[in-house]
Design a protein around this ligand. Structure first.
Ligand code: 5RP
Length: 219
């Protein structure tokens, strides 16, 4: 099997993040192909007493298969660390996440973590965020929410989220991400969008080749 440059980078960033986890920590596990490299790296550390929550069924299944115990996110009130991938990261630290449609749970987990660590390969940093921006719409009244949001928000041809939400994408201009985030959040039918502010991100680990740069957007 040929290993691509992107896979080498994803693995390097994921392994660097796995080294930040310590015995006894409560850990949030993100979703996606970069996180798929994190889980074996975490399992290989053989840590004792870690408690994990997963942001998707795919992550939960992979983690359990590697012997990592995963709990419902009812039993933990906070997490020491959460580690997740990203679709894009802008120079000012804003992210677009949710390529896999898991951004609602990913944002809830990130917000619960004392330290939210974002991992990615060298394709993830961008000069400016480009759409689409994933959106999850509450299942209740989804058609009316979509009608209110207008032509810029279009449903994705994917199953509903585990929380019953309709996965859609905002395809209009982004401009100031903070303004767009506020605009989307102002609609009561929007459960979550994929714009993650720099204030949420404690550590950014981006691999170029097998070298990993470590920055701290939150300061
Ligand atoms: C899923 C996500 C992922 O973290 C994001 O799409 C990055 O995925 P990958 O690691 O496969 O590039 O937000 O909802």
């Amino acid at each position: 099997m040929t290993v691509t440059g992107a896979e080498i980078e994803k693995r390097a960033a994921a392994e660097a993040a796995a080294r930040l986890v310590e015995d006894g920590m409560a850990v949030g596990l993100g979703t996606g192909s970069t996180v798929a490299f994190l889980l074996p790296a975490l399992a290989a550390r053989g840590l004792s007493g870690i408690r994990c929550v997963a942001t998707s069924v795919a992550t939960e299944e992979q983690a359990r298969g590697l012997g990592i115990a995963v709990e419902d996110f009812d039993s933990l009130t906070r997490l020491d660390i959460a580690i997740d991938g990203t679709d894009q990261v802008a120079p000012d630290g804003w992210l677009i996440k949710g390529g896999g449609g898991a951004h609602l749970r990913e944002k809830v987990v990130a917000a619960a973590a004392d330290r939210f660590v974002v991992i990615g390969d060298s394709s993830k940093p961008v000069d400016a965020l480009r759409g689409p921006v994933p959106v999850e719409i509450f299942g209740f009244g989804a058609a009316s929410t979509l009608a209110r949001l207008g032509d810029d928000v279009r449903p994705r041809e994917v199953p509903r989220s585990p929380d019953g939400g309709l996965i859609a994408d905002y395809r209009g201009p982004i401009g100031d991400p903070a303004e767009l985030a506020a605009q989307l959040e102002a609609d009561p039918g929007v459960a979550a969008h994929g714009l993650f502010p720099p204030t949420l991100v404690h550590d950014l680990l981006i691999a170029t080749g097998d070298a990993v740069s470590h920055t701290k957007p939150k300061g």
